[in-house]
Design a protein around this ligand. Sequence first.
Ligand code: C2E
Ligand code: CA
Ligand code: CA
Ligand code: CA
Length: 274
Amino acid sequence: AKARGRNGYRLYAPEMSGEGVARLQLETYLRRSIEKNEIFLHYQPQVEIDTGRLIGVEALVRWNHPQLGLVPPFRFIPLAEDTGFINQLGQWVLQEACRQMVRWQQAGLDVPKIAVNLSVRQFERGTIVDVVGAILRETGLAPHRLQLEVTESLIMNTGDALAYINGLHAIGVSLAIDDFGTGYSSLAYLKQMPVQTLKIDRSFIKDISTDVNDEAIAIAIIQLGKSMNLSVIAEGVETDEQAAFLLRHGCNRAQGYLYGRPVPSDELLQRWQS
Ligand code: C2E
Ligand code: CA
Ligand code: CA
Ligand code: CA
């Protein structure tokens, strides 16, 4: 049984051996999740702070397993990355996100752009530019409507990152650096790469207005973005105070519970159509 150790450690003694089995089971379930229609997307709005206008959405993957229920991304994304399944999953996500954009257009909702997360392993096969290009052609989505979110660690750990990012830029999609400021990276890459957007990580936004270090970092990122002509969007904005702080310091784009949680496509439509 679980018990709190004296120092707050959780002791899993009798279940230790079960952990590995659980992982293997999860892996087996995950491998079949797409064909069993258990994977779907939620969409979170990105807004202009001063006007409240919708400027985009981020697609976030969800897995609903009949026995396990809703499995959170932090449990299955790393697993999908370890097993390589992320390539299939990532491709499914891209395809579904682009299809959804076309459906919203047909339903009369203008979503300016959709952001899709890419994982480092999706660059390993060297086919990412072709994969994205094929999906855009198949779905008919205009390339400038698609933004790909990559992390600093993806950029630093991918041998040919620059070539792929140039390739993606060349086919007309835009790129955002996700969780900006949390990665182990050199800023030099920013100068070389055709990225358009920096996403300030939620960890810096959380304690804005109480933590002077977080404030300083957020302000520095906003300034960096300005001086490099990049658009800057803050993640995890939950309060009016955070939004006011951002606006005051020259960041007019935000994503977070204050503006809307990730929701199914029809809910996004209902909420933003009028
Ligand atoms: P992320 O890309 O940084 O996505 C933002 C996460 O923050 C989402 O968690 C979102 O629900 C959450 N969030 C948004 N606004 C707020 C807020 O105001 N407060 C708080 N507390 N949280 C907020 P989610 O959906 O659980 O996704 C977690 C991570 O899983 C994502 O972090 C991303 O790294 C990964 N992920 C999700 N979908 C995909 C995908 O399709 N492909 C890949 N490779 N990774 C994905
Ligand atoms: Ca993201
Ligand atoms: Ca993020
Ligand atoms: Ca984050």
